[in-house]
Design a protein around this ligand. Structure first.
Ligand SMILES: Nc1nc2c(ncn2[C@@H]2O[C@H](COP(=O)(O)OP(=O)(O)O)[C@@H](O)[C@H]2O)c(=O)[nH]1
Ligand SMILES: [Mg+2]
Length: 267
């Protein structure tokens, strides 16, 4: 109903347009997954099938949105890197955050049903995700952002692996295990694991490194898209849509070659 006397209420709406020409990272995080994972009896410390549900949801989001150049996830969170010149929804922050959080919630539920046909989702224990967007001014900070998330994954996983092995294998109470780990550094935890016959290095890469999805462009020439015609822009978008989205479980913190061989992430 156009021009009704009520239409003035629209003028109360406010919108934040994410700064142009900056890298956007949207991070989604499961709400109350500590409880969620207990309720559905996730394997401790890592539930492969549940992590794969996260991964499939993130991969699906990347296939739908060609502006997402890479994604990194572990535990109940995923970070999506939108290319610098992304114009999705005019870079409206609320639109993007709510969209990505809903996509994650819906796809997670969908793939959950496939992965766990005999663990029906219950109305009081549904998977829901929040979302936030941050803009970064240059690619060094973007790299540091992903390093930050991967370090977090490593620290949490080393702690959780040690903690749950103390509880499950050594039959310590959670309080005793927590006490034993208090004030320990990484090498102490490695040693405690070693004494239980576990070499942390041999733990699955997905647990230690998290999951990285990259849109792998072929025959890429560095381009500044701001100078392209709309036809050329849509041709570039077609290439992004056609590109393979490849899963990795590698160290992206120190590997300059890994980043340098994917210059399109920067452009
Ligand atoms: N057992 C188990 N728990 C997990 C797994 N992935 C995530 N979680 C739980 O989810 C929590 C996620 O952390 P965080 O987002 O900080 O907590 P939240 O506020 O409860 O969602 C972890 O602390 C774990 O309790 C898993 O693979 N196995
Ligand atoms: Mg959470």
């Amino acid at each position: 109903m156009a021009n009704s006397r009520y239409e003035y209420v629209k003028s109360f709406e406010r919108e934040n347009y994410l700064l142009p020409d900056t890298y956007v990272v949207i991070r989604v995080d499961g709400k109350g997954f500590h409880k969620f994972s207990q309720h559905y009896q996730f394997t401790k410390p890592n539930d492969i099938a549940a992590l794969q549900v996260m991964n499939r949801a993130a991969h699906k989001i990347m296939t739908k949105y060609s502006d997402v150049m890479m994604a990194y996830g572990d535990s109940d969170e995923y970070s999506f890197l939108l290319r610098r010149q992304c114009e999705l929804y005019e870079r409206r922050e609320m639109k993007l955050c709510t969209l990505f959080a809903s996509l994650m919630s819906s796809y997670y539920s969908f793939y959950w049903n496939q992965a766990f046909p005999d663990k029906q989702l219950e109305e009081d224990h549904l998977p829901v995700f929040d979302g936030r967007a941050v803009v970064y001014p240059n690619f060094n900070v973007v790299r540091d952002y992903f390093s930050w998330r991967q370090v977090d994954c490593h620290i949490n996983n080393l702690y959780n692996t040690t903690f749950w092995n103390l509880v499950i294998k050594q039959e310590l109470t959670p309080q005793q295990a927590e006490h034993k780990l208090m004030g320990t550094v990484s090498s102490d935890k490695n040693e405690i694991l070693f004494q239980m016959g576990i070499n942390y290095n041999n733990e699955p890469e997905m647990f230690k490194k998290g999951t990285i999805y990259v849109r792998e462009l072929k025959d890429y020439n560095t381009k500044d898209e701001s100078n392209l015609s709309s036809r050329q822009k849509s041709r570039e978008d077609k290439k992004r849509k056609k590109a393979d989205i490849v899963e990795h479980h590698v160290d992206i913190i120190n590997d300059d070659a890994w980043w340098d061989s994917r210059p399109w992430l920067k452009d």
